[in-house]
Design a protein around this ligand. Structure first.
Ligand SMILES: Cc1ncc(COP(=O)(O)O)c(C=O)c1O
Length: 452
């Protein structure tokens, strides 16, 4: 530190919005951070300079004795399937209690949770489902598996979420359900989604696959729609390698999901008698056990992510051309599965995003450009032209869908987005300082990089 202010006091002051010694907070952050993190080395790592950071971010998942014990317990019990076991059932009770849902059903994956939900709501051929284009492909695949039509509603670029103001215009007499995604752990605009659904008598399946413990007006995401689906896959904030869960306050719906996920049996242990068609989407006891261990860490990890993300946002907001994703006013807790921002190349000497990402990675900050537009995926057209779809939908309906599915805002977002993953937020405030400093350093060196 060259100036007399301690780093901690400096950060407290700047984060509180104080102007120090006549400097703007932005100038002060830039001066202070560049001195204590990188000394005077402004040469970008991509151009042979010293990276801002050389140590890794916290690894994922976090494990300890409790995971080992639980796994051994299942192993030695010789009951590895949930029928007759207790771990999956305990996880279901635990997750329902933590989220305030009346019922929970564990599944083999988040995709399975969505598939069971679509079946419980009898979504099928001829139906339309409203979906966002900015999501993981599973959200769309489950609609296609039912031979229904995914109708894409454009993205609100400021929040990265489905633009709920545009949902109503996309509804037709064939629309059955809205499938919003709480992308990155933040909430889609549930006030508007739920009121539109109520007005137009549609069901709502929340894709909460990325939003464990996220909240809308104090209520947990995944508990506000008819059904809420979670992924417990390896990258997720709650992780059993693969896994999923469905929440609902509707006993009938969850019982249909339970039956469907267990080959149509009436009860989990009802042997070879069936009450409907179904599938095998069951979670194993190993997954249940690891979840019971991992879930003990979830609240604390979520708090750390939230605090670090908020601290990071305060710094990034000050960098011209870096626009952290906004939250809707009703989003009272962000699960921060992803830290998402938009990159405006105009403030970086027109440096292309792909080069910005490479430069940031070279400075020691893992990052990516996120999703590409799902509504433009060639596989979508192939599916719509497939034998099954040709049987169900007229050429006119299929051609019109292509028109309806244009999402210009999302196209733009897909060119601007930058993501950091949730484990990046599990470390210290200094880690966040280094992320911000790496971006500031790239901004200072952008014209040199753009010319190189
Ligand atoms: C938004 C979203 N929906 C659905 C899924 C599917 O979950 P899974 O991979 O557990 O099947 C994921 C997982 O990445 C997701 O992010």
């Amino acid at each position: 530190m060259r100036n007399k202010l301690s780093r901690r006091r400096f950060l407290e002051a700047t984060c509180a919005g104080t102007v120090i010694s006549g400097m703007s907070a932005k100038e002060a952050i830039s001066k202070d951070h560049s001195s204590f993190i990188t000394g005077s080395d402004d040469n970008l790592a991509l151009l042979g300079g010293k990276p801002v950071r050389s140590s890794p971010f916290p690894s994922w998942p976090v494990i300890g004795d409790v995971e080992e014990q639980k796994m051994l317990e299942v192993l030695r019990s010789r009951r590895w399937n949930r029928i007759g076991g207790s771990f999956v059932e305990s996880f279901e009770k635990n997750w329902a209690e933590r989220t305030g849902a009346k019922h929970c059903l564990a599944t083999s994956s988040g995709t399975s949770a969505l598939v069971c939900s679509m079946n419980a709501l009898e979504i099928g051929p001829g139906d339309e489902v409203i979906v966002p284009p900015y999501t993981f492909v599973a959200t769309i695949n489950v609609v296609l598996l039912q031979h229904a039509l995914p109708v894409f509603v454009d993205t609100d670029r400021e929040t990265f979420q489905i633009d709920a103001t545009k949902i109503e215009a996309a509804i037709t007499p064939r629309t059955r359900s809205i499938l919003p995604v709480h992308l990155g752990g933040a909430a889609a605009n549930l006030d508007l989604i739920l009121s539109t659904a109520k007005k137009r008598r549609l069901s709502v399946i929340e894709d909460a696959c990325q939003s464990h413990l996220g909240e809308w007006r104090g209520r947990k995401l995944g508990t506000l729609g008819d059904l809420g689906c979670f992924s417990l896959q390896a990258s997720k904030n709650l992780n059993s390698g693969e896994g999923g869960a469905i929440l609902s306050d509707n006993k009938t719906l969850i019982e249909i999901c339970r039956s469907f996920h267990n080959q149509g049996r009436g009860a989990v242990n009802s042997g070879l008698s069936y009450v409907r068609n179904g599938d095998n989407r069951r979670m194993t006891e190993f997954q249940g056990a690891i979840l019971l261990a991992q879930i003990t860490r979830l609240e604390e990890q979520s708090k750390t992510r939230e605090q670090n993300a908020e601290y990071l946002t305060r710094q990034l907001r000050e960098i011209p051309g870096i626009i952290p994703a906004k939250l809707y006013e009703g989003c009272t807790r962000n699960a921060y599965h992803l830290y998402m921002l938009r990159y405006d190349a105009h403030h970086f000497s027109n440096l292309e995003r792909s080069r910005f990402l490479k430069a940031l990675q070279a400075e020691g900050i893992p990052c990516s450009g996120g999703y590409s537009p799902l509504n433009k995926e060639p596989f979508l057209k192939q599916t719509l032209d497939s034998r099954a779809y040709r049987h169900i939908y007229s050429p006119k309906v299929r051609a019109e869908l292509e028109e309806r599915n244009r999402c210009p805002e999302n196209d733009r977002l897909c060119l601007e987005a930058v993501w950091l993953t949730q484990n990046t937020l599990l470390g210290s405030k200094q880690d966040m300082d280094q992320i911000a400093e790496a971006i500031r350093k790239i901004q200072r060196g952008a014209s040199a990089l753009a010319r190189s």
